[in-house]
Ligand binder design. Structure first.
Ligand SMILES: Nc1ncnc2c1ncn2[C@@H]1O[C@H](COP(=O)(O)OP(=O)(O)OP(=O)(O)O)[C@@H](O)[C@H]1O
Ligand SMILES: [Mg+2]
Length: 520
């Protein structure tokens, strides 16, 4: 009887999200309710019905679990799938019975009770069979009321199983997405199509075939680190270490021990031998970033290493042969530094065998839309967001913008808009003020700034073809303010340069800024 059920079937159905375990427990529950030993669960997969769980089959030749029946074949499973109704069938006699499976079994099915597994929307995705193998099928309780209660348990089970299957499917899909994301993140993608950029990339490929030192120059954020790594990855040293040392961020003595290493006891505090990076990178590439900031003392030591291809760690008497390729980078003008004697000329020529200049973003404007698209795609994927689009008008502002921080600034800009813009279209009003066209910019008084690169713009021309006078409605002071701000922005807020553009000296320009209340 159903009342005798010592099972808490709610727990069976709802506490397990593992489909295989859940189906087994579900089937056990049904068999227990009907007091029989044999049963199976079938799921539709394209044009087949596959048995995903089977209990009570003869153990050595349990050919049922994992078996499949073609949808065109006559079978009870197929009939229930198609009709979406429960059925009772006599094994061997019912014309729908698919007998092939039972050929080798000692205990044949006498009576088969089959229920559809139905989703909330009515779709039948599977079938559960409860099989009585006793003579004449006398054990199954076929009382109408009893079967109705059984059916409602099966209906609940059907939903629970489907939830578990979808949950597992979702986990598998998430894993796959995470994997793809990891691959995307680890892959070095260098984006650009402008002529000057492609020229630089060709050099990267050419240089990668040699072992000569490369000096990468370019403003901050133009991709020097990225390109150095790409160069290493394209070279025959790619499976050997790629070691990076920033020469500007740390004190001279620390940089010295990082690069050249030392012997235990070489100085107070040297309690162990330390292998320097130049030695650790053997066979590979050393990337010396911000080389322009290296002290004269270390410049001499580095020069010696390059000339002799050997290294002598501090406090050690022996020298070690090393085989490294040196890539260095700077955003300083090393030529100037050589003239000013802050950088050794001989070292400069040793490092600058293969020069590689990365152009600033404002000199390759047609890469801007491409880079925006790339970063939006990458970051949206990471955030799990839909990809926002940028309106034509906003894009034209961004292409005109000078990007003093180059690609790093653009990358940060994308993170900013993805975090702050709610809709899926980024418009001009979403842009921070300094990214807008001068014509879109609001002055403190609410007037718009009428300059773009020194020329009045954003104003309609009059029908006679003469440009309309763009300053209408502006007070003298607002105009003055707009002009000073324009010059400052044009010169990245370097006051001396803005003053030069205005044709005045710095202190006059400074006091004008003060008077107008413009602060850096
Ligand atoms: N062409 C490019 N395509 C895709 N991403 C790029 C490209 N160039 C640079 N980046 C990305 O822009 C950021 C800045 O690049 P990177 O650190 O290489 O610049 P940098 O020239 O070394 O700057 P700094 O002088 O400040 O050290 C990095 O996140 C980098 O991945
Ligand atoms: Mg860098």
């Amino acid at each position: 009887m159903m009342n005798d059920l010592d099972y808490n079937f709610y727990r069976v159905l709802f506490e397990d999200l593992d489909p295989a375990r859940l189906m087994k427990r579900f089937l056990e529950l049904l068999l227990k309710i009907q007091n029989v030993e044999r049963g199976s669960i079938w799921i539709r997969e394209k044009d087949h019905f596959v048995c995903v769980e089977s209990l009570g089959g003869p153990s050595q030749i349990d050919i049922i679990k994992g078996a499949s029946i073609h949808a065109d074949e006559k079978s009870i499973v197929g009939w229930v799938m198609e009709n979406g109704r429960m059925t009772i069938a006599e094994g061997g006699k019912d014309p729908r019975h698919f007998k092939a499976f039972e050929k080798h079994m000692q205990l044949k099915s006498a009576l088969i009770l089959a229920f559809p597994l139905i989703l909330r929307d009515g779709q039948v995705y599977g079938v559960v069979q409860i099989v009585d193998t006793s003579a004449g099928g006398s054990r199954l309780n076929l009382d109408d009321h009893y079967l109705r209660i059984l059916k409602s348990i099966v209906d609940m089970g059907a939903i629970a199983i489907n939830n578990a299957l979808q949950h597992t499917d979702q986990i598998a899909r998430n894993r796959k997405l995470e994997q793809t994301l990891r691959e995307i993140r680890n892959r070095i993608q260098i984006i650009g199509q402008s002529a000057s950029f492609l020229e630089a990339m060709k050099k990267v490929r050419d240089y990668a075939r040699t072992d000569f030192p490369v000096l990468i120059t370019g403003e901050s954020g133009t991709g020097k680190d990225l390109v150095a790594m790409a160069l290493h990855n394209l070279s025959s040293r790619k499976d050997k270490p790629f070691v990076v040392q920033n020469c500007s961020a740390i004190p001279e003595t620390l940089l010295e021990s990082e690069l050249f290493g030392y012997k235990k006891g070489a100085f107070t505090g040297a309690s162990d031998d330390k292998t320097g990076l130049l030695m650790a990178a053997t066979g590979g590439t050393v990337f010396l970033d911000e080389i322009g900031d290296m002290s004269r003392l270390l410049q001499s030591r580095l020069l010696r290493v390059i000339q002799n291809k050997e290294i002598k760690p501090l406090g050690e008497s022996n020298t070690h042969k090393i085989d490294i390729r040196i890539i260095s980078a700077t955003n300083k003008n090393l030529n100037e530094a050589v003239k000013e004697k802050t950088f050794r000329e001989d070292l400069y020529y040793r490092l600058n065998v293969l020069p590689l200049h990365l152009p600033p973003l404002r000199e390759r404007k047609n890469d801007i839309p491409l880079l925006l698209k790339y970063f939006i795609k990458r970051e949206s994927l990471e955030l799990g967001h839909f990809q926002k689009r940028i309106s034509d008008e906003a894009l034209s502002c961004l292409v005109d913008y000078r990007w003093p921080g180059n690609i790093r600034e653009l990358e940060n800009f994308v993170k900013y808009i993805l975090s702050t813009v709610d809709g899926d279209m980024v418009g001009v009003t979403d842009l921070p003020d300094n990214y807008k066209h001068p014509a879109h910019r609001q002055l403190p008084g609410g007037e718009s700034l009428p300059f773009a690169d020194g020329a009045p713009s954003g104003q309609p021309a009059d029908p006679a073809g003469r440009p309309d006078f763009p300053f209408t409605g502006l007070t003298w002071e607002a105009l003055d303010k707009a002009y000073v701000r324009h010059l400052l922005e044009k010169n990245n807020w370097v006051v001396t340069r803005a003053a030069r553009d205005a044709g005045m000296n710095r202190s006059t320009f400074d006091s004008r800024m003060k008077k107008l209340g413009i602060r850096k």
